[in-house]
Write a protein that binds this ligand. Structure first.
Ligand SMILES: Cc1ncc(C[n+]2csc(CCOP(=O)(O)OP(=O)(O)O)c2C)c(N)n1
Ligand SMILES: [Mg+2]
Length: 579
């Protein structure tokens, strides 16, 4: 037992849970509950965002790349209230988050103290666990529980409400035990049935969701795909579950569908969705599953099974463990089954080495070439100024191979998700299907803090950028030199596109006049600013931004893009014929 004050125990517990950063903005309450002790402690730092929502989003970006929990803080009342949209993102995206709110004193609770607010009552609805820490000696226990709940499958937000008059008391603290983070795997009989289906299927396909990233299951996914020669598609959040350059990688589904992925998915007789909630943006409208198609669904949350489609086999478990089970169940049987024999190529070559020259890989390569021609035609037909695919090709050419890409909101995000190739699995940060505009601006800062050695490039719509651009100086202040590329089409493009195709071009409340000069705003915030008004300026502007980053300065590139030119997949997803 060690004697210490509650606020010291608070910070020690966070450190013992591996917390490196607490993202947010303190109020007077915060200083007393743990900020003053954080100031005196090595190895844990507060990242001062300019808005509490940004604190939560930056924490989530950090968590997506680091694999640690997102830890965010807001002070009592309005401060905490401004973080809540980030809590919704954590819940929707199933990212472990520990939310710490300062609260009005216990002693006067209910009497109307400054910034007193019904925080616990509010948070019960949008967290996995919400607890008021009403005694200093319960601080270590409460923190341990919060981490336990945040990581318990499926991961999500846990909330601690800490009244200002609690942590000052002296306590006898036992040595802190970090929270258990158990993972579970699927029933062996179900695994065998799923293995059988994958082996027997003629054209199986894997659709990877965020659960693959969450479980860090990249190696296992690639191993299974190569072992059984199965193409891998991804949901928006599962992009880079396997390297986009892998010969079996066939692109995004749902709103991110392409000629490649639609051909592979629609012709498949066995779908294996892995670590996905199978939400609307991943599928469109949950068209009925044809009876002849087998459907295997693996997820960490049994609540997701049969929500939309009834699985032939439901595998409940952590994606990494389930994949290991499937590899073990199929490894000795890859010589069996008609499809694998058909795919077989020169005898004597080990099967794992064979997949690169199998027919399905050739088919994917053919489709990729066809799709690339289609995109070139779209660029050629564009009204300009700079077509998103042109912009992304230049980013692709200049970025490091292991760059982390952060996806912003807006219709332009579909171009990013379909055009940009991510070679390092997991180097992809996106908001959940809750889809809050602005996420990418602070999330990029969090991602950079998680892996300072990698380039971080966020690509976002202009309206979305403007929702969080107050955070630009935070990147400068906290040594997080990232590049934000703004697809600036002077409007809410997604909404405007809907008005174009469904409301006879009655454009209303969607145009910006005047709009921000994002490059000038960047300069005013201590960042490098660049502007691209025509394709010839792309190369120099992107090079200058990445150079600024390498020298430690964050950068913004403001790129003028067309208003309503969307991908074919976007148009098909919204159910309107391509024009
Ligand atoms: C906080 C929030 N408000 C509203 C929306 C609805 N919404 C989705 S995309 C969009 C337009 C985004 O505009 P912009 O960022 O400029 O991207 P663009 O569509 O022009 O490419 C809106 C308003 C949302 N997703 N999040
Ligand atoms: Mg826009």
């Amino acid at each position: 037992m060690a004697q210490m004050t509650g606020d010291r125990a608070f910070v020690e517990a966070l450190r013992a849970e591996g917390v490196r950063y607490v993202f947010g903005l303190p109020g007077g309450h915060s200083v007393r509950i743990f900020y003053d002790k954080m100031a005196q402690t090595d190895g844990i730092d507060a990242i001062l965002t300019r808005h509490e929502t940004a604190g939560a989003f930056a924490a989530l970006g950090y968590a997506q790349i680091s694999g640690n929990a997102a830890v965010c803080h807001g002070t009592a009342g309005p401060g905490w209230s401004q973080t809540i949209v980030g809590v919704h993102e954590s819940l929707s995206g199933r990212i472990p988050m520990v939310c710490i709110a300062a609260a009005a004193p216990v002693a006067t609770y209910g009497k109307g103290a400054l910034q007193e607010f019904r925080q616990i009552e509010n948070m019960v609805a949008c967290t996995k666990w919400a607890y008021r820490v009403d005694r200093a000696d319960k601080i270590p226990w409460a923190i341990q529980q919060a981490f336990k709940h945040a990581f318990a499958l499926p991961p999500g937000p846990a909330f601690l409400d800490v009244p200002i008059d609690v942590p000052a008391a002296e306590i006898d603290a036992e040595p802190y035990h970090p929270a258990p983070r158990p993972r579970s795997q699927a029933d062996e009989e179900d695994v065998d049935r799923a293995a059988e289906m994958l082996i027997e299927a003629k054209r199986p396909v894997i659709v990877a969701g965020r659960g693959v990233h969450q479980a860090r299951a990249w190696d296992e996914l690639r191993e299974l795909a190569e072992l059984l020669i199965i193409p891998v598609l991804h949901t928006n959040h599962g992009k880079s579950a396997i390297s986009d350059s892998h010969p079996l990688s066939a692109g995004g589904v749902g709103v991110n569908r392409t000629l490649i992925s639609s051909t592979i998915l629609n012709s498949s007789d066995c779908w294996f969705w892995l670590g996905s909630q199978i939400e609307e943006f991943a599928v469109g409208h949950w068209a009925p599953m044809p009876p002849e198609r087998r459907f295997i669904h693996a997820d960490a949350d049994s609540g997701n099974f049969a929500k939309n489609w009834n699985p032939d086999v439901a595998l409940l478990g952590d994606a990494q463990l389930v994949l290991r089970q499937l590899i073990a169940a199929t490894r000795d049987r890859v010589g069996q089954g008609a499809r694998l024999d058909e795919q077989a190529v020169p005898h004597g070559v080990p099967r794992v080495a064979r997949y690169p020259c199998s027919p399905i890989v050739e088919e994917i390569a053919r489709l990729k070439a066809q799709y690339a021609e289609r995109v070139q035609a779209q660029i050629a037909a564009s009204e300009g100024p700079v077509h998103p695919a042109q912009l992304l090709a230049e980013v692709q050419r200049q970025k490091d191979q292991d760059a982390i890409i952060v996806l912003g909101e807006g219709a332009g995000r579909v171009w990013t998700a379909t055009e940009l190739k991510i070679d390092t699995p997991g180097h992809w940060v996106s908001a959940s299907d809750f889809g809050c505009m602005g996420y990418a601006v602070p999330a990029a800062i969090g991602a950079k803090l998680a892996k300072p050695e990698c380039q971080v490039i966020a690509i976002t719509g202009d309206a979305s950028f403007q929702m969080q651009m107050q955070e630009l100086p935070v990147a400068a202040q906290h040594n997080a030199p990232v590049t934000w590329i703004v697809m600036n089409n002077n409007c809410l493009g997604w909404i405007k596109w809907g008005q174009k195709v469904r409301y006879d071009e009655r454009y209303y409340a969607v145009d910006f006049d005047p709009n921000w000069r994002h490059d000038l705003a960047a300069e005013a915030a201590g960042c490098h600013g660049g502007r691209v008004e025509s394709p010839e300026q792309l190369e120099g502007a992107i090079a200058a931004a990445l150079r600024a980053n390498a020298e430690g300065q964050p950068a913004v590139v403001d790129v003028l893009t067309p208003q309503t030119e969307q991908t074919d997949g976007f148009v098909q997803h919204h159910g309107v014929a391509s024009e």
